[in-house]
Design a protein around this ligand. Structure first.
Ligand code: BGC
Length: 746
């Protein structure tokens, strides 16, 4: 338990009447107190009902807008204690000004908590989360979150609405860009890394921010990929696939959770006792606080589970919602509901306790202004070190999808390079959606990155067409420039606004006339490298079958252009692997690697098997896929035993040899398949991975150790555990190309 020293003389004095009970020190300042819960209770016991409800209220400032409406009177609300936390306000001076309103005007001077969506960087913008996930590099992801926290906290922020832990298997859903893809194991590892990065070693440190696990739960399973849409799934799928990343983040110490917009099995998450109380608190022991998403309490009326605001408030509180984001419904209704004995004040006390506890843990009662330092703000934002980290994270996030005849890396001696496409010099799109206080004008474009990497080359740029729209007028000019070049770098994809919240697409091909541009440039016969920028898997079958080199760069952040040039010209050997399957065509969606076999697995010659009449079952690029400029060869697997018993472990080793000419990094992936079980098992389930660097010609032994617990699943009776029998282990460079071995669990 931490001890606290109160620098706030007023609060110390205010708490003094209770000090005989609570504090052992005699003087008012400093006081050393050892019991967090008793500190919280000491404040709670002084609070009126209205002050308590104020603490349960979160409003946005008008500095940024992340939802449909803003309440203009939030400064008044602060003054009168009607709000306990503010989001979308940052900057040392501005947060100090708002904090002042609370500290100087409210009776108890309870500090405000400042939250913001610091999702992939604050000022220095890192690649979008789906891109970071493609690095499979937990240290770098943690480091990116650490830097985000350093910058955010230097601007007065205490709380980030991240990590987003929603598993997503439908690329139509625009928010797939905010998550870690389709797999619960990878998603859980990343969720943990981000929480470590945001919260650091101790929340008492001034450079840490509280994490908020969102959007709880199963928001990523929106039907038909349409944002905010219904989700409905079996308990098994929920527990096996969708819940693990949220739980992992909580196990890692995340102190807050955000309920999601969707309903699950007909019960909106914000009114869902099963999710919020039974699972989150009952099963997982979460003791932080739960905030809603933007106006989610209000939306219970649209969902049709509450007749009016009062009912919406009551069912949210009873389900386990501690803080109302932006609906203003707790402040509008709770007091009356308590007076009429329709909700119990004890539920309110529980919620307020949880919220105050986090404020104590951040050290805000010691010094409400501790995050509002203009000095730190001056020195800690956008530092060269942060830029370097963003560039490194970006190049690690890129996935080389195709590289016929080793077209890449390009020689730095090339004389004439054509840089073409609507994303080739786009600055605004590079920082992607949810880019916090990121300033897109500071982003490095692909064109700039290329020019900086090969200053002696003649680099000609033509946009060719817009990202969306129908005009093909400028394609001709792009073709002319391409014809005169030695190589064409063609940047196509989506605009940043096409993924993220409220950005579902029913067609995930290249928007506008970009496909026409690609085909026209291809027809010149020049070597073409397609650089993709996008926030979701796209259907790019034509590109895959015609264009010799394809590099997926997602939205790579502030340093995008430099990082892409690093890879194109061989200063960095790509090592990213897809965290999500790329469908062959939209009709396959949802398509993911850990499907079940079915009773009629695909056989080309047999009509009555599970397949499409008009297309393949195989996706375009499988989960875990990504090439390197070098080649890795896998030896057969070596198991230390063939029979694993209950309290034992099994070791699986593979030798990976770099048979190419360049040093490179490889993500060695381990999948398990339970051959016979009481529940039809997925064909493969990721259970481990290691990212290693191997020099040219060198080989490394990679070892994984599994225990029976790693083989557990929700059995037919929904108990969690393993079943004896045969298992297949697959280890490889992606989820398809593997070496295999078998063992028995007895
Ligand atoms: C989004 C959340 C976000 C919140 C606050 C909502 O619209 O769904 O992800 O944290 O706004 O900005």
């Amino acid at each position: 338990m931490r001890s606290f020293i109160f620098h706030n003389r007023f609060l110390a004095a205010l708490l003094l009447p209770l000090s005989t009970l609570i504090f052992s020190c005699t003087g008012p300042v400093p006081m050393v107190v050892n019991n967090l819960d008793r500190q919280v209770d000491s404040v709670l016991s002084l609070m009126t009902l209205d002050e308590k409800i104020g603490q349960m209220t979160l409003y946005t400032s008008d500095m940024d807008q992340t939802g449909a409406f803003v309440r203009k009177e939030y400064e008044e609300d602060i003054k009168y204690g009607r709000v306990g936390s503010i989001f979308n306000a940052y900057g040392a001076d501005y947060t100090r000004k708002l904090q002042d309103l609370a500290i100087k005007n409210t009776r108890l001077r309870i500090p405000l908590l400042f939250g913001y969506d610091v999702i992939h960087g604050h000022r220095t913008i890192f690649p979008v989360p789906l891109a970071e996930a493609s690095s499979w590099d937990m240290k770098s992801i943690e480091h990116a979150a650490r830097i985000a926290a350093i910058e955010a906290s230097a601007e007065g922020l205490h709380w980030t609405f991240a990590p987003m832990c929603d598993i997503a298997r439908d690329p139509r859903w625009g928010r797939i860009v905010e998550g870690s893809g389709e797999d619960p194991y990878l998603g859980s590892e990343i969720a943990r890394a981000r929480v470590r990065g945001f919260q650091g070693n101790s929340l008492g440190e001034v450079n840490t921010v509280v994490a908020c696990v969102k959007h709880y739960a199963a928001y990523g399973a929106a039907q038909a990929g349409r944002d905010y849409h219904t989700t409905d799934m079996s308990q098994r799928l929920l527990r096996e696939v969708y819940l693990p990343p949220y739980k992992a983040a909580i196990d890692e110490g995340a102190l807050t959770v955000m309920s999601s917009f969707n309903d699950l099995d007909g019960i909106p998450a914000t009114a869902n006792k099963f999710l919020l109380s039974d699972v989150l608190r009952g099963e997982w022991g979460f003791d932080g606080f739960v905030v809603t998403d933007y106006n989610s309490i209000g939306e219970l009326i649209n969902h049709g589970v509450a007749a009016d605001q009062a009912e919406a408030a009551a069912i949210s509180l009873e389900a386990g919602i501690d803080m109302d984001m932006q609906a203003g419904i707790y402040p509008a209704t709770l007091s009356n509901l308590v007076d009429k004995q329709l909700v119990s004040e004890e539920l309110i006390n529980i919620a307020v306790r949880r919220i105050l506890k986090v404020k104590f843990q951040l050290g805000l009662f010691e010094d409400p202004y501790k995050y509002c330092s203009t000095e730190r703000e001056k020195t800690l934002l956008m530092t060269p070190g942060h830029q370097e980290a963003a560039r490194d994270m970006a190049r690690k996030s890129f996935v080389l999808l195709k590289n016929e005849n080793q077209l890449l890396p390009l020689s730095k001696n090339l004389k004439r390079i054509a840089v073409v496409g609507p994303l080739a010099d786009s600055r605004q799109d590079l920082i992607g959606s949810w880019s916090a206080a990121g300033d897109w004008s500071k982003a490095v474009t692909l064109l700039e990155g290329v020019r900086a990497a090969v200053p002696q080359a003649q680099v000609q740029y033509v946009k060719g067409c817009e990202i969306t729209g129908t005009s093909t007028d400028n394609i001709k000019q792009a073709v002319e420039v391409a014809k005169s070049a030695d190589v064409v770098i063609l940047a196509v994809g989506e605009a940043a606004w096409m993924s993220g919240e409220a950005a579902s697409r029913s067609d995930i091909g290249l928007p506008g006339v970009q496909q026409t541009l690609v085909e026209a440039v291809y027809k010149t016969g020049k070597p073409v490298v397609v650089v993709l920028m996008n926030g979701r898997p796209l259907t790019i079958k034509w590109i895959d079958s015609h264009i010799p080199a394809i590099l997926e760069t997602w939205f790579a952040g502030t340093q995008a252009g430099n990082a892409i040039a690093d890879v194109l010209f061989g200063d960095y050997n790509p090592s990213g692997k897809l965290p999500v399957t790329f469908p062959d065509n939209l009709g396959q969606v949802p398509v993911y690697y850990s499907m079940r076999n079915t009773g009629r697995p695909f056989e080309a010659a047999n009509k009555y098997t599970s397949k499409y009449l008009d297309g393949p079952n195989e996706p375009l690029y499988v989960f875990g896929y990504g090439l390197s400029y070098t080649k890795f060869e896998y030896s057969p697997l070596v198991l230390d035993k063939n029979i694993l018993t209950e309290n034992d472990t099994i070791s699986i080793s593979v030798t990976v040899k770099n048979t190419g000419e360049l040093a490179g990094e490889e993500v060695v992936q381990l999948y398990v398949h339970d051959k016979v079980a009481s529940v039809a098992p997925p064909v493969k389930t990721l259970k481990g991975f290691k990212k290693i660097r191997i020099d040219a010609g060198e080989e490394k032994i990679v070892q994984f150790v599994l225990t029976p617990a790693d083989l557990a699943f929700y059995r037919a009776d929904m108990t969690y555990g393993w079943e004896k029998g045969a298992f297949r282990i697959d280890v490889g460079t992606n989820s398809r190309d593997v070496v295999s071995a078998e063992f028995n669990l007895q």
